[in-house]
Design a protein around this ligand. Structure first.
Ligand SMILES: Cc1cc2nc3c(=O)[nH]c(=O)nc-3n(C[C@H](O)[C@H](O)[C@H](O)COP(=O)(O)OP(=O)(O)OC[C@H]3O[C@@H](n4cnc5c(N)ncnc54)[C@H](O)[C@@H]3O)c2cc1C
Length: 455
């Protein structure tokens, strides 16, 4: 105990850890430090962009920490960019991230589902009762879908009417259904009320599916039934629906007269019913229900209502000591629930743990988010801001600054750059979060063979 941190300057720590995160997509980590609690046991539940980033940042900075990642799945197909797979711009294989990089760093990766947390004994448990002890616990379990909010919907019904809101077989099912539907068929997307995972994603998905329909099944139609009156990047998406997908997309927002919240479905007939009593029999029904924090957060006693309150300067749970909650599961207004946010929050959590185990001063939290949405080939829009703890409306909040958003009148070149930026971001975040080896430099393009002159 009491080892001082000597090989890390305050400035480096501050900027690389809780700082802007992925700024310019440079892969930054913490310089290695000695730990004040050698062998401190850090257990992380959830190996998405939130949990995996925490594990990697900790182990890279303090190799003598015992870092354990508990993740149900053996690989992580990313939700981010899964809409591009639906649009035909990515393969499913390109979304799959492995934990090989984490294992190579010395992180213990357990491919199991945590079923219980005893916060008094500081133990995580599995279904067989086996305990894993922790000194600090990090929860990044993502979301649980509230199937029960839509009559007739269930995990089983999602096998016919996929949500595809957790990437994996559900996303592949939705893609297969789109491929199998007739030209002239109807796709319904139901978008829930806020808060939910990735606010712009239903609209990006609408663009990606509309692009597929326009190019492959032009007589088909997509109806987006929305529980909301307005949504993020609305002008940009509406512009795309109007100019690029006028014959494909009908956007049905809710208002006082027409509430287009989907309230009932029938998986046998694929009928979708809105509160307004509008009924649509869909060829493909993509039902995205309301959501809450992943179950284990509730089991651990970290929830208040559907989500987990946290201290904004550390993302420590305000309900349970020595437990952090981040990513989609946390309440972090006005940060959207996104992979970018989860990755940025993860660096703050890692910084806080490192400060604690090294007995060092904390530094002000600085967080960041950018969400790109692809609306057509070589055409992406974006929104983003920085966030820091502060007072807003008399309450402790995360206060946004430096916000930016794409404009409807941008040139094709700007949109193309946005798209390229988003591709670079996907590569950077997955390389960093999953400690993936950087992609090998592209092979030299093959030179065209010289044609022999005949004659
Ligand atoms: C269609 C779509 C498009 C999106 N596009 C973007 C985008 O372009 N940009 C962006 O930034 N974000 C995007 N997102 C949002 C992004 O995917 C999520 O915000 C992000 O994945 C949240 O990260 P997380 O670590 O909190 O949770 P997750 O990524 O869900 O990871 C949680 C992990 O925890 C595991 N887990 C849960 N409970 C347990 C348990 N008890 N035991 C063991 N393991 C457990 C799960 O298996 C899961 O792998 C998109 C989302 C969707 C649905």
């Amino acid at each position: 105990m009491g080892t001082t941190v000597t090989s890390i300057s305050r400035r480096t720590f501050n900027t690389s850890a809780a700082g802007a995160g992925l700024a310019g997509f440079a892969i930054t980590g913490f310089p290695a430090i000695a730990s004040a609690e050698p062998g401190a046991r850090i257990v992380i539940i959830g190996g998405g962009p939130g949990g995996a980033t925490v594990a990697v940042q900790l182990k890279q900075a303090a190799p003598d920490l015992q870092v354990t990642l508990i993740e149900s799945r053996s690989v992580h197909p990313t939700c981010f960019y899964s809409n591009l797979y639906l649009g035909g711009f990515r393969s499913f294989a390109s979304l799959i991230q492995t934990y090989d990089g984490l294992r190579a760093l010395g992180i213990r990766v357990l491919s199991e589902t945590a079923t219980d947390v005893d916060t008094a004994k500081k133990q995580v448990k599995f279904a067989n009762g086996r305990p894993v002890a922790y000194d600090r616990l990090v929860l990044s379990p993502g979301i649980t879908l509230k199937y029960e909010t839509i009559e007739g919907y269930s995990e089983e019904a999602a096998e016919t009417m996929p949500h595809a809101w957790r990437a994996g077989p559900q996303t592949q099912l939705l893609k297969r259904q789109l491929a199998a539907m007739p030209n002239g068929g109807v796709v319904v997307i139901s978008a829930p009320a806020l808060p939910y995972r990735c606010p712009p994603a239903p609209y990006e998905r609408a663009c990606m599916i509309a692009h597929y329909l326009k190019t492959k099944k032009p007589k088909s139609k997509l109806i987006l039934l929305d529980a909301k009156r307005s949504f993020t990047k609305q002008a940009l998406f509406e512009d795309a629906f109007r100019t690029l997908y006028k014959d494909q997309v009908e956007l049905a927002l809710s208002n006082e007269i027409d509430d287009n919240t989907v309230v009932r479905v029938n998986p046998e007939t694929r009928e979708v019913v809105a509160k307004s009593d509008r009924k649509i029999v869909a060829d493909v029904a993509n039902i995205i229900p309301a959501q809450r924090a992943g179950d284990i957060a509730k089991v651990a006693g970290c929830t208040e209502g559907d989500w987990c309150p946290v201290a904004f300067d550390s993302f420590k749970s305000t309900k349970v000591t020595d437990v952090y909650v981040l990513g989609d599961a946390a309440i972090a207004p006005d940060m959207p629930k996104s992979a970018f946010s989860a990755n940025s929050q993860a660096k703050l959590v890692a910084a806080d743990i490192l400060a604690e185990v090294a007995g060092k001063e904390r530094f002000p939290a600085r967080l960041r988010n950018t969400c790109w949405s692809m609306i057509a080939p070589d055409n992406s829009v974006k929104i983003g801001a920085n966030y820091a703890p502060g007072d807003k409306d008399g309450k402790k909040q995360l206060v946004a600054s430096g916000g930016f958003i794409s404009q409807t009148n941008e040139t094709a070149e700007v949109r193309r750059q946005n798209f390229q930026e988003s591709e670079a971001w996907y590569d950077a975040i997955t390389t960093e979060a999953f400690a993936r080896a950087a992609p090998a430099p592209a092979d030299e393009p093959e030179r065209p063979k010289r044609r022999r002159r005949r004659g």
